[in-house]
Unconditional design. Structure first.
Ligand SMILES: NC(=O)c1ccc[n+]([C@@H]2O[C@H](COP(=O)([O-])OP(=O)(O)OC[C@H]3O[C@@H](n4cnc5c(N)ncnc54)[C@H](OP(=O)(O)O)[C@@H]3O)[C@@H](O)[C@H]2O)c1
Length: 321
């Protein structure tokens, strides 16, 4: 989105992470397994990204030996390079947070997006399988058609409507095909420190404008990286396999998310509801991106409002009580 923020995940003590809502995070607050040293190594791919850097920080706090895969040494579109690097690094688990995340750009160059989101994910699955490592792979609500009226559960039929969704679905399938020890974690509407996201864009816009128009006919589950990252670290240490949905509980629209953001930040910004048709974009946006999980073996994330509160508190953007 053309701007960046300083990455400054706070560490409050040797085994503590920021807990804006301690009770809500209890279910994801687990330590790394008691394994031999080399089995405590976790590779985070995409560790310069909004989610990846948080996963690396949380894993470190939980006692993992974290290796952040640098793009310079590790382009996941290169099978030989990826496999060789993983052999040398010898992790127990790889968490793949890397992706081509430019949804509109994927429409213009689906082959390039596929190389990262599809084949690249497959390369990681092959490389991890070759060394007996587990892979936790992050995916998206865009794999669904987006026209339902009930939350999508893990076994709901997939039918992506745009290039980004098609490439992410291809990645899911390749991960499942090449490494049996996989967990594909679909998430949605991410926001967090250290990356372009809707919440920060809204706050930035509100600095110059008293009124904004925001789409009110798309429903989804906003997810704070501060909630998702501990959940990903938890499932990295578990035996859960297959597909899991990990997103903020509850649902809202972009309009609702903007309203709540401005209410918590005390900006006084007026948000006018508009339709998707009034904001044409190159890639189709799902009207219904609401996901739910049927799985008892993966953490349930707290409500999206708690996540928003946590993000704004961390960014020092909460209005004084
Ligand atoms: N953002 C959302 O709203 C959202 C919603 C649902 C699902 N997701 C999924 O969540 C995950 C994390 O998203 P994010 O928003 O944190 O992503 P992000 O901030 O855009 O970061 C993407 C990361 O991928 C890396 N990367 C891209 N191409 C690569 C390649 N060829 N080789 C190695 N690394 C590469 C980037 O490295 P460089 O810094 O070197 O470019 C960066 O570290 C992705 O799987 C995404 O599909 C995101």
């Amino acid at each position: 989105m053309g701007f960046s923020q300083q990455r400054s995940v706070q560490r409050l003590g040797p085994n503590m992470v920021i807990r804006p809502n301690k009770n809500a995070l209890d279910r994801t607050d687990v330590d790394a397994p008691d394994r031999a040293d080399h089995r405590r190594r976790i590779v985070v791919v995409g560790a310069t990204g909004m989610l990846g850097h948080r996963v690396a920080d949380v894993a470190r706090v939980h006692g993992w030996d974290v290796v952040e895969a640098p793009r310079a040494a590790f382009d996941l579109t290169d099978l030989v390079g990826t496999t060789t690097w993983l052999e040398k690094t010898s992790p127990a688990v790889v968490v793949n947070c890397a992706a081509w995340t430019d949804v509109d750009g994927a429409e213009a160059d689906e082959a390039a997006a596929m190389a990262v989101n599809g084949e690249g994910a497959g390369n990681l699955a092959k490389g991890t399988a070759a060394i007996g490592a587990r892979i936790v792979h992050v995916s998206t609500d865009y794999v669904f058609r987006g026209d339902a009226s009930e939350p999508y559960r893990e076994d709901a039929p997939v039918d992506p409507q745009g290039a980004y969704g098609r490439t992410k679905l291809a990645g899911e399938r390749l991960v499942a095909e090449h490494n049996p020890d996989h967990l594909i974690c679909r998430t949605s509407w991410l926001f967090g420190e250290g990356g372009g996201n809707f919440v920060d864009t809204m706050l930035k816009l509100s600095a110059d404008r008293d009124e904004l128009s925001v789409v009110a006919d798309q429903q989804g589950c906003p997810t704070w990286t501060g909630h998702l990252a501990p959940a990903l670290v938890a499932v990295a240490a578990s035996d859960a396999r297959g597909v899991a949905h990990l997103c903020g509980s509850g649902r809202t629209t972009w309009h609702g998310l903007a309203q709540e953001t401005f209410a918590l930040a005390g900006t006084g910004t007026t948000v006018h509801p508009v339709t998707t048709d009034e904001f044409p974009r190159p890639a189709p946006r799902p009207a219904w991106s609401v996901m739910a999980s049927t799985r008892a073996d993966v953490p349930a994330l707290p409500a999206w409002q708690d996540g928003l509160h946590g993000h704004l508190a961390e960014a020092n953007r909460l209005a004084p009580a």
